[in-house]
Design a binder for this molecule. Structure first.
Ligand SMILES: [Zn+2]
Length: 385
C-alpha cells in the first residue's frame, strides 16, 4: 500500500489540524484549488458521516452498499416514501446487520466500513446515516452524485441541469459543496437546505446506452473529483464501464480516483466473464469493483475467478469488493400516495465478501496478504483525499 504521510505519533496533532483548519481548507478547495498534492506532506482523510477519519483506522471496507434505505420515488416524480414509525426499526435492524459484519472481522481488519452509495434524493437521508453510524462501530461514507440506470430515469434535478449551458459546472459545484460543506437536506425544496454532514464519494451511473444527461453528470463528477480529490464510483448497466472510464479521464479525472462498479457479470455486454475487458479498464489505471458478491449471477467462485484474472495481470491494487445490499427499499415508488407498508425489508448478510469470497480466493491460491490488499488496503488508498 501507499505509505501514509503521518506516523502514528502524529495522529493527534493531525486530527486537531483537521478540526481547526477544516473550514479554511474546504473554502480553498471550493474556490477551485486543485486537490492536495501527492507526497509526504499530504494529509489525507476518509470522509465519514461522523467526520474525517485517519485511513489507517479503516478496516475491511465494503465499497458499495446501501443502508438503511433506497427510494426511487423522486425519479418518478412522486412524493418520497415516509420513514415515519419505521425509522427506529430501520436503524436498529440495519445496525444489527452492520454489527454482524464488524464482529466477523479480526481485530486487525476492523473496524469495518461501508461506502453508502445512495446518491442525491433517492432515499439518501444524511441525518439517518449519522444516527445509524452512532449505533455501530462500522464507519459509513456517504455519496453525492446523481443516479440512473436502464430501469429508472435519471433524477429530474440532474436532467434539468444537464440541458443548461453551464449545467455541468453547476452540478460540479453542487457535488463539491456536498463534499466540502455538507449534503443537501431532502426535507426542503431542491437545493434550499444543506446539512453539515459531508459526502466522501461521488456516485454516478449509466444506462445500457449512455444518455446525454448521464454524460453531463460524468463531466461534472470529473470536475468535482479534480477539485476535491474525492473518488468517483459508478453504476453500470450490463456493460459500459470502459466508456465511463474513458469519458471520466477525458474530462480530467485522475484514474486513481475512478472506480468502475457493478463488475462481475456481462461487463462487456457479451461475455459472462469478461476478463479481457477488465484488464482494459485496469490498464487505464482505474479501479474495478466487484460489488454484487454472492447475488444471482455473481456467485463467489465466479467473482473469485475474475478477481484472480486481474491479480494475474498485476492489478491487485485496483480491485474492490462489496454486495450492493439494500436493507429497506420502497417497493411502490411510483405511487402518488404512500404508506409505510410499501417498504420491502431485506435481511442482508454483509459478511459474504469477507468470508465466502475470501475462501473462494484462497482456493484459487490467492495469498492472504493479497486478500487483505483488496479488502483493506485498496479502500484506504482510494477513499483518502
Ligand atoms: Zn447500488
Amino acid at each position: 500500500m501507499k505509505s501514509l504521510p503521518f506516523a502514528n505519533g502524529r495522529n493527534l496533532s493531525r486530527r486537531r489540524f483537521l478540526a481547526g483548519s477544516a473550514a479554511a481548507a474546504w473554502t480553498a478547495l471550493q474556490l477551485g484549488a486543485c486537490r492536495p498534492p501527492e507526497g509526504p506532506d499530504r494529509t489525507a482523510a476518509v470522509q465519514t458521516v461522523l467526520g474525517p477519519v485517519d485511513p489507517q483506522r479503516l478496516g475491511a471496507t465494503l465499497m458499495h452498499e446501501h443502508a438503511p434505505t433506497v427510494d426511487w420515488s423522486e425519479l418518478y416524480a412522486t412524493p418520497a416514501a415516509p420513514l415515519g414509525s419505521l425509522r427506529e426499526r430501520m436503524l436498529a435492524e440495519t445496525a444489527e446487520m452492520l454489527n454482524a459484519f464488524h464482529q466477523s472481522l479480526s481485530a486487525a481488519d476492523g473496524p469495518g466500513a461501508i461506502v453508502e452509495c445512495t446518491p442525491i434524493r433517492v432515499g439518501r437521508y444524511p441525518q439517518l446515516m449519522v444516527d445509524l453510524a452512532r449505533r455501530t462501530p462500522v464507519h459509513i461514507i456517504a455519496s453525492t452524485g446523481f443516479w440512473c440506470e436502464a430501469l429508472a430515469p435519471q433524477h429530474p434535478w440532474a436532467v434539468r441541469l444537464g440541458i443548461e449551458p453551464d449545467g455541468a459546472a453547476r452540478m460540479a459545484d453542487l457535488f463539491v459543496r456536498e463534499i466540502t460543506e455538507g449534503m443537501e437536506d431532502p426535507g426542503g425544496e431542491r437545493g434550499d437546505r444543506f446539512t453539515s454532514i459531508r459526502a466522501g464519494a461521488i456516485k454516478i451511473g449509466t444506462s445500457a446506452l449512455m444518455r446525454p444527461s448521464e454524460k453531463a453528470v460524468h463531466i461534472a463528477a470529473a470536475m468535482a473529483s479534480r477539485r476535491t480529490g474525492c473518488p468517483i464510483t459508478t453504476h453500470t448497466t450490463d456493460g459500459g464501464g470502459l466508456e465511463q472510464a474513458r469519458l471520466l479521464l477525458e474530462s480530467g479525472a485522475d484514474p486513481g480516483r475512478v472506480i468502475i462498479g457493478h463488475q462481475g457479470h456481462m461487463d462487456d455486454g457479451k461475455n459472462a466473464e469478461a476478463g479481457d475487458y477488465h484488464l482494459q479498464i485496469a490498464r487505464l489505471g482505474c479501479y474495478l469493483q466487484f460489488d454484487r458478491v454472492g447475488a444471482g449471477n455473481y456467485d463467489c467462485d465466479k467473482q473469485a475467478r475474475l478477481i484472480h484474472n486481474l491479480i494475474a495481470g498485476g492489478y491487485e491494487r485496483r480491485i474492490l469488493v462489496s454486495h450492493d445490499h439494500v436493507p429497506y427499499f420502497y417497493r411502490d415508488f411510483s405511487a402518488e400516495s404512500k404508506g409505510s407498508q410499501g417498504w420491502r425489508e431485506n435481511r442482508a448478510d454483509f459478511t459474504i465478501a469477507t468470508t465466502k469470497l475470501a475462501t473462494s480466493l484462497e482456493q484459487l491460491g490467492v495469498p492472504s496478504d493479497q486478500i487483505r490488499t483488496i479488502l483493506v488496503e485498496n479502500p484506504r488508498r482510494v477513499l483518502a483525499f
